[in-house]
Design a binder for this molecule. Sequence first.
Ligand code: PBG
Length: 345
Amino acid sequence: MSTKTPYDVPPGSRSRRPDSASPDFPRHRPRRLRRTPALRALVRETRLSAETFIYPLFVCTGEGQRREVGSMPGVYQLSVDEAVREAAAARADGIGAVLLFGLPDTKDTVGSGAYDPEGPVQAATRAIKREVAGMLVVTDVCLCEYTSHGHCGIVVDEEIANDVTVEQLVRASLSHAAAGADIVAPSDMMDGRVGAIRTALDEAGFTATAIMSYAAKYCSAFYGPFRQAADSAPAFGDRRSHQMDPANVEEALREVDLDIEEGADIVMIKPALPYLDVIAKVKAEFGYPTAAYHVSGEYAMLKAAARNGWIDEPRAMLETLTSIRRAGADIIITYYAREAARALG
Ligand code: PBG
């Protein structure tokens, strides 16, 4: 029978755990530093700040449009004028960047609306850069909002054809850069798209336009509410042929490695909360600017529980965002950006 207590330390051990047998016990009292708000603030390891948030906006056509997304309370489909207003309000809250998604009026099989110079994303980019001083504009680059079938690429023989899709993504990126986007963010998960976009941007003279790649984007159930917001659910099949299997982490490191090799300036992991281990590994392995996308389903879960009175929303929100940052994310993309910025004061 063992007589060991939890405090027994083997002889010669470097453990600093308090030893109950020690005459000094209890020398260490971790609670000393938890006693007051000032002490807790002094030793806090992780801090949230509005400047590290990116606020996603869904931009539609028309004027004066502000339509709430059913599954995402507090998130709206906004016409360009309203998107400018929302971006200005976010800037006033201390947020430094928006991420734009587009809802075009018409769609086709090759997603040509993605590179329409007059499309909602291109128009909103120009308007926000012109009217909201200091606001960075990041644009989502993907075909799923622009294809009639809702897939992220061109479908050939019921498969998403990689290389012709990359050509479309390059066109979309160039149109975003021409509109003044600071950062383009390819979210499609086609192979080789970061390199192709970097080459094309450089050749067109957009050497200062940065790329934030959705490097490790998992095939996740948590994108459901987004697909309602962006009207981008696939009409048939799913996204398993290009988005990653949730079971894999070594593959995520290979994806990140390839994107950095191809010229990504920032790498993103998505979703965030179910993939905190991936965020931590990517940050530790590459030491590269790392973003995490706290996605629509993660937001909707908190909103739903809060609406039922089951959780304290402000606390749950800040705890969630803190955990994402503690895991290693430098940047958090979140629909909570404004609420969190205001809560942080
Ligand atoms: C694709 C894209 C998606 C999201 C961001 N970019 C949806 C998808 O892959 O189906 C999801 C974001 C979210 O759920 O908040 N353009």
